[in-house]
Design a protein around this ligand. Structure first.
Ligand SMILES: N[C@@H](CCC(=O)N[C@@H](CS)C(=O)NCC(=O)O)C(=O)O
Length: 287
């Protein structure tokens, strides 16, 4: 291996900028950098997010709830441009002290509830509306297993594989090998489980599927890091078939279009305040 080595100093110091796509937003300290309130729209649920895999989990869930007729799941989705540092505003930090999208504020009662961490948001919404969460205790436990699996595993994909393979300013074999191994191992875990059942936790479509799809569905559908060929994703046939099935759900199509910064109107909307905002993107796509 020819990678240059680095001897860490006794005490690490922050040298800005350190290169890479996220150099301008990465900081070793938490908290707000500027005073700015979050906007509030007309619906009880206010989402502050971006159309990344973690953000899309929540918009898919909200669209699925609306598709099942839950009018109380109507929401305003505001764009948090993480490249511009919107996650460090005082308003966003009050909603999520961890400064990461997605963050949800439920204003349906006198005391607004803040909900952060995408897994926590999915569980909150599933419990609030009594959907996509098995009631049988054993099935619920299995669903939780996979929900927590996703929350613990995906950072190896995003912060590990994706970072070193696609985003790092220089490519090094050591981290790429390490995280490719883990990405493939995780896809194999899912592939084997999905060989035995239609959905990841059993016979029912649950929030575990909703959490896993944007990450691992994105990988096998070739949408992430331009890495489909590198990871030979076609080998994970059960995972691919499951991803194609989820991808075709109308609520998934809609949820994937929210909080997208794009010139192409058929690809999505930066903000969503009404069902009609997304209807317009679907109409445009059909033209
Ligand atoms: N564990 C968190 C992770 C959220 C996360 O990593 N969000 C990223 C975008 S996908 C973010 O906001 N990054 C901004 C930053 O790191 O400053 C969750 O699932 O909600």
């Amino acid at each position: 291996m020819s990678d240059a080595t680095y001897t860490p100093p006794k005490v690490w110091t922050w040298e800005q900028p350190n290169g890479g796509q996220f150099a301008s937003i990465n900081r070793p300290i938490s908290g707000a950098t500027h005073d700015k309130d979050l906007p509030v729209g007309k619906h009880p649920l206010q989402l502050y997010s971006l159309g990344t895999p973690n953000g899309v989990k929540v918009t898919i869930m909200l669209e699925e709830l609306l598709a099942r007729g839950h009018k109380g799941a109507e929401y305003d989705a505001w764009l948090i441009n993480i490249g511009e540092g919107d996650q460090f505003s005082s308003g966003f930090v009050a909603a999520n002290p961890n400064s990461k999208i997605p963050a949800l504020v439920d204003r349906s009662s006198d005391k607004p509830a803040r909900v952060f961490e995408s897994g926590s948001i999915l569980l909150y919404l599933a419990e609030k509306f009594g959907e996509f969460l098995p009631t049988d205790p054993a099935a619920r436990t299995e669903m939780m297993n996979w929900l927590f699996w996703q929350m613990g595993s995906a950072p190896y994909i995003g912060g590990g594989f994706g970072h070193f393979y696609a985003y790092a300013p220089e490519k090094y074999q050591y981290p790429i090998d390490r995280f490719t191994m883990e990405a493939k191992r995780q896809m194999d875990v899912l592939d084997k489980a999905l060989g035995e059942r239609p959905y990841i936790a059993g016979d029912e479509y649950t929030i575990a599927d909703i959490a896993i799809f944007p990450w691992y569905g994105g990988l096998v559908l070739g949408r992430a890091y331009n890495a489909g060929e590198f990871l030979t994703v076609h080998e994970y046939r059960n995972l691919l078939a499951w991803a194609q099935k989820i991808d075709a759900r109308p609520a998934v199509v809609r949820g994937r279009k929210v909080n997208r910064v794009t010139e192409d109107k058929s690809e999505g909307v930066a903000e969503r305040h009404d069902a009609a905002d997304l209807d317009a993107t679907i109409d445009t796509a059909a033209e």
